[in-house]
Design a protein around this ligand. Structure first.
Ligand code: AGP
Length: 602
């Protein structure tokens, strides 16, 4: 997720911006930049990679006296991590930084290109500064030209604009992406979150969606659709670490709550009213492809397993799944009519990377689904689709899994439409369900409180079985992995229909069975599997829209028309269960013992 900082005042601006961006590193980034206007002097610096590269570039640059300034760390969503794509983006005499996704940027870009504007970057953000300067040509009042600009943007944005046309003012707007205004005397600060301005500003105002305005020394004017509005500042926290967690106890908890938003981000520009679009894919990738092989590790392997059901059921293409560490040494038979897909949050998992190189040596076309642009796996692949989940700090993966699964679902529909294996009606039904998925990921206070209460009963026992059928079997595997990773209690994911082939011998009151019982997928069969376990005194936690009288504990989910919506809702329940059990056991939720966030060794 990108990070924004801004400062207006007499202090040295470069250090305020760079230190502020440093505080936003936890959000993840692949490039950074700053821009400063002091009177008639306008300076801009950008660098890819870590902030040290930007510090190196600016080491001989110092500001003095009054000025306005903006800075940005970029997490690539549109366009590769390059200096040209890094923010701030420059018009003829203005700079802009932006966090979010402008949904109608292609339309605006065409309009501006038809006016003769020459775009330097591949980003959606660059449309903002050129649109502003277009409006300013006919509307010489800078603020109303800015206002006109904001009114034409669709989508999510937190944006700052500075211009030589008004060198003592910072223009701001917020909709869907976070931004706050900090105050200390006459100086004004802007940031994506508290941490960059802790120790600098003393008071803060958290902008609301639809608010915009301008800041001058000792003066901030705020507006929304109803016109000018007043606002109340509040004291700014002094605790940086909790600020990075935005008030959550753990990064993992924050990331579970972020799933709904990042799922929406992942779908923007890709899930259209009646079709799926991937700008980053050339359909030639699928030419002569008759099968798909997906290779991954851990949680990424579970999203892959889920997608295998969808590729065969929807896209009618054969799909098999490999664990990368096994694939590397099994002397696999590979044919060039197979598309080799790798899935990785980090893009640096050694086994997955080596498996990809094996497939490439065998002449297969490759596609990676990854959360980190420019990572080793992305660079090694013929094509890549980013999951746009933002940085995932919790070692136990949550939002990456959710967005991987969504991208794979989109990809099955995309392949189905490209290969004409699904009707327009089926495609529309799937898209309608897809658009509902972010709502299924919303964590309600009631649900979280319920899981908190339930967790006290699951702190011992001789183990957990997570059971499910069809796509809920990979979800059972994932739920078991989440629990193992952060509670250190033993858990297995198992196909519900397999329990009677041995594991049911373990059934007794100390065996905890977490049963995923969707109404849209083989409900009667899963119900009878769970009844068999209950009859043998296993302790059952049922997760279902349908009350199940034999459950010892029951978490009620929403009735839905599509199994994938039930999948995402039940995923959140298993994530919260693991989190709350781990908290009660006093474990380090974000950094569980023995684990690393990215396994870059065999
Ligand atoms: C998931 O919670 C684990 N942290 C782990 O299984 C992880 O999914 C696996 O190491 C693969 O990582 P990757 O997605 O970055 O390739």
């Amino acid at each position: 997720m990108c990070g924004i900082v801004g400062y207006l005042g007499n202090e040295e601006k470069k250090e305020i911006l760079l230190d502020g961006l440093q505080e936003l590193e936890y959000r993840g980034y692949d490039s950074a930049g700053i821009a400063v206007i002091e009177g008639d002097k306008l300076n801009q610096f950008k660098a890819i990679g870590k902030l040290e590269n930007l510090r190196e570039k600016t080491k001989n640059y110092h500001t003095e006296g009054f000025g306005i300034s903006i800075g940005h760390t970029r997490w690539a969503t549109h366009g590769k991590p390059t200096e040209l794509n890094a923010h701030p983006h420059l018009g003829a005499y203005s700079y802009v930084v932006h966090n979010g996704i402008i949904e109608n940027y292609q339309e605006l870009k065409v309009e501006l290109q038809n006016d003769g504007v020459n775009f330097l970057s591949q980003t959606d953000t660059e449309t903002i500064v050129h649109l502003f300067e277009k409006n300013h040509k006919t509307n010489t009042n800078v603020f109303s030209a800015f206002e006109e600009t904001i009114q034409r943007l669709d989508g999510a944005y937190a944006t700052l604009l500075i211009t030589e046309a008004d060198p003592d003012t910072i223009y701001f707007a917020k909709n869907g992406s976070p931004m706050l205004i900090g105050f200390n005397g006459d100086d004004v600060y802007f940031a994506s979150s508290d941490t960059p301005i802790i120790g600098k500003a003393t008071e803060v105002y958290y902008l609301e969606d639809g608010e915009y305005g301008y800041a001058k020394q000792g003066e901030v004017k705020l507006f929304d659709a109803n016109g000018k509005k007043s606002f109340t500042k509040q004291a700014l926290t002094t605790d940086k670490v909790s600020a990075q967690k935005d008030g959550y106890r753990f990064f993992m908890e924050k990331e579970i709550y972020e799933q709904s938003r990042v799922m929406t981000d992942t779908m923007i520009g890709r899930v259209l009213d009646e079709s799926i679009a991937f700008d980053e894919i050339d359909t030639a990738l699928f030419d002569s492809i008759k099968a798909i092989k997906i290779c991954a590790c851990g949680t990424s392997y579970h999203s892959a397993l889920t997608s295998a059901y969808l590729f065969e059921r929807i896209a009618k293409v054969r799909c098999d799944i490999e664990i990368a560490s096994e694939f590397r040494y099994k002397e696999p038979l590979l044919t060039k009519d197979t598309l080799f897909i790798t899935i990785s949050q980090s893009g640096e998992t050694a086994d997955t990377l080596e498996a990809l190189k094996m497939a490439k040596r065998a002449g297969l076309k490759s596609l990676s689904i990854c959360n980190v642009d420019n990572s080793s796996i992305v660079r090694e692949s013929d094509a890549a689709i980013l999951t746009r989940a933002g940085i995932e700090k919790g070692v136990a993966s949550t939002k990456a899994f959710a967005t991987q699964t969504m991208v794979l679902w989109m990809l099955t529909l995309y392949m189905g439409q490209e290969r004409n294996t699904i009707s327009k009606e089926v495609l529309k039904t799937e898209i309608d369900a897809m658009l509902h998925a972010p709502k299924a990921l919303i964590v309600t206070d009631e649900l979280h409180a319920k899981l908190h209460r339930l967790s006290k009963r699951y702190l011992h026992g001789h183990g957990f079985f997570f059971i499910g059928r069809d796509i809920f079997f990979p979800l059972a595997l994932e739920g078991a992995l989440k629990l193992k990773e952060i509670s250190y209690l033993h858990a297995e994911g198992y196909p519900a229909g397999e329990m009677k082939h041995g594991p049911i011998a373990l059934a007794d009151s100390e065996l905890f069975t977490i049963a995923l019982m969707p109404k849209t997928m083989h409900y009667d069969k899963i119900k009878s599997n769970v009844e068999e376990l209950s009859a043998r005194d296993a302790t059952i936690l049922a997760i279902s829209p349908e009350p199940f009288e034999l459950a010892d504990d029951f978490v009620q989910t929403q009735y839905s028309s599509h199994p994938m919506v039930e999948f995402f809702e039940m995923m959140v329940v298993t994530q919260l269960l693991a989190l709350e059990i781990s908290v009660r056991l006093g474990n380090d939720v974000d950094m569980p013992r023995n684990l690393a966030k990215s396994v870059t060794v065999e």
